[in-house]
Design a protein around this ligand. Sequence first.
Ligand code: HEM
Length: 160
Amino acid sequence: MEDATESPAIHPAIAPLSYLLGTWRGRGEGGFPTINSFSYVEQLHFSHSGKPFMAYTQKTWKLNSGEPMHAESGFWRPKPDGTIEVVISQSTGLVEVQKGTYSAEEKVIKLQSELVGNASKVREITRVFKLVDEELFYEVQMATNLTSLQPHLKASLQRI
Ligand code: HEM
């Protein structure tokens, strides 16, 4: 079925985060105490349908070869009180329920996993997003069965 509305009005609940809407592309660096570090290219897309959530998709590629790497998608559900809930399903099969807060003024979003499911090693995931001078930065940390919370990913993206 076609969309009933081509350009729906932004729902008030997502207005504080509407600066994310659109497509972002950039580079990231990954690492963890137990793995070799790596570089990647990433594309993020945020869209909305007029409902109180944003749809999110992410794809990554190896920096040098362009070979596809990790991908994930989900829904971002900001609330008027400054809290936010994000659900993400990863290409590895892992699922996350993230809870956190956002600041519309500082353009910072902080997420802490409430649930990590279907994961063999991962126990906890944190994600922080920040917009600085039109550039979107994020950091992902994780804890595994063997390692406490440590950085896994860091990237900066520009709107395309
Ligand atoms: C390794 C989880 C996102 C690329 C790992 C490991 C885990 C993991 C548990 C194994 C660590 C170990 O063996 O001690 C996650 C989670 C992610 C995520 C929870 C998102 C929240 C990504 C993304 C990329 C990526 C976006 C690529 C851009 C890799 C690579 C390795 C790795 C290349 C090393 C694999 C190896 O050497 O065997 N990740 N990852 N990960 N991850 Fe991620």
